[in-house]
Design a protein around this ligand. Structure first.
Ligand code: PHB
Length: 384
């Protein structure tokens, strides 16, 4: 998206991607798009397939021990979300960049980044056949994921990496089954959390809270169905069953890097921050980062004015923290966590359920959740 935004303003870029195009396009990922992400894709000419194929949701259900509460996004915010997985967004963006003659170097690994404190930073890369080369540029952006090489240059040089680990994880399955319900269900139960999501009419994505060190072999099909029904069935909904085609454990982590820049090097998306999956914010936050970054880079390249770039981190971080808070808040309200003894566990559980009940049974609470779920306005990408 950053490369696409720069291109629209006449600024050249090269995208270096370690994986092959096929790997990027076929790795199935989650994807709830905030209103801001939907608008951005449409506005920049990459929303056509999204408009044709994505399921648009105007709410979610929160199920508390079988009692369902709907959070109506349309009513509280006038906004919607789209169920359109990340890899589909990538397929559309890659096709667009290639049809615009964009430089996307797949199967190419970045070995190191150098001289980012000078006016002429360099990226040392290696292609799949072992050929090495050096690319020099005016600016380098590390959008290289949670194990970011670019981030290390910032944290090795005094940048902060603030972190939180959660005492639970998600066990995720992919199922060939009809849709359970028209909207996502976030369910909590004394046995733990469950999420009923979807990939298409015939493919469903379900998650169960599990222990961080659980392995897929600890979850037999019988145990999965028993737990999904126990945690997520309600008066009106029965989780649909089918052939399970994939089982995986997802770790829960939060992390924020501050600052998100050093000299002529900038980081965006998971390279800069990680959110747990509960609020489905990862892709959306990355999109908001690049909306803050793109106009600043355009101004720097076209007008030799780096004043906006200098404030990139300051402008991006408030949204990063609000999103961290939302993902943490949703996670902590919906997951059960054993405490040191039975009475303490019961205290924590009842307090947590009272918080959740306060949120889902009042207009103020439902609105607060809805506003955060659909997302705040994006930074403006209007040309400067
Ligand atoms: C998913 O469909 O994988 C998904 C949906 C919503 C979330 C997290 C994951 O909050």
């Amino acid at each position: 998206m950053l490369s696409h935004l720069l291109h629209l303003e006449g600024v050249e870029s090269v995208v270096i991607e370690k994986q092959s195009r096929e790997e990027v396009e076929s790795t199935v990922r989650a994807g709830i798009l905030e209103q801001g992400t939907i608008d951005l894709l449409r506005k920049t000419g990459v929303g056509e397939r999204l408009d044709r194929e994505a399921e648009i949701d105007e709410g979610i259900s929160i199920s508390i021990a079988g009692e369902s509460h709907r959070i109506d996004f349309a009513k509280y915010t006038g906004k919607q979300v789209a169920v359109y997985p990340q890899h589909e967004v990538l397929i559309d963006l890659i096709a667009k960049r290639l049809s615009d003659d964009g430089e996307l170097w797949f199967d190419t690994e970045v070995v190191s980044i150098a001289d980012h404190e000078s006016d002429n930073p360099k990226v040392h890369y290696r292609t799949a056949d072992g050929t090495e080369g050096v690319l020099s540029a005016d600016f380098v952006v590390g959008a290289d994921g949670s194990k970011s090489l670019a981030r290390k240059l910032i944290t090795d040089d005094g940048g902060l990496r603030m972190k939180h680990e959660y005492p639970f994880a998600w066990f995720g399955i992919m199922v060939n089954a009809p849709q359970t319900a028209p909207e996502l269900i976030y369910a909590t139960h004394p046995e733990g959390f469950a999420l009923i999501s979807t990939r298409s009419e015939n493919v469903q994505r379900y998650y169960l809270q599990c222990n961080p060190d659980d392995t897929p072999d600890m979850w037999s099909d019988d145990r999965i169905w028993e737990q999904l029904h126990l945690r997520a069935d309600s008066d009106t909904v029965t989780v649909s069953e089918g052939e399970i085609t994939d089982k995986a454990v997802l770790r829960f982590r939060s992390a924020v890097t501050d600052p998100m820049q050093r000299g002529r090097l900038f980081i965006a998306g998971d390279a800069a921050h990680t959110v747990p999956p509960t609020g489905a914010k990862g892709l959306n936050l990355a999109m908001a980062d690049v909306c803050a970054l793109a106009p600043s880079l355009v101004r720097a390249v076209k007008k030799s004015d780096t004043s906006l770039l200098d404030t990139y981190s300051e402008r991006a971080l408030p949204r990063v923290w609000k999103t961290q808070h939302f993902s943490y808040w949703m996670s902590s309200m919906l997951h059960s966590v054993p405490a040191e003894n039975e009475m303490s566990t019961l205290f924590q559980t009842n307090r947590r359920l009272a918080e959740l009940s306060t949120v889902v049974t009042s207009d103020a609470g439902r609105q607060l959740l809805a506003q955060q779920y659909v997302g705040w306005d994006f930074p403006s990408i209007e040309a400067l």
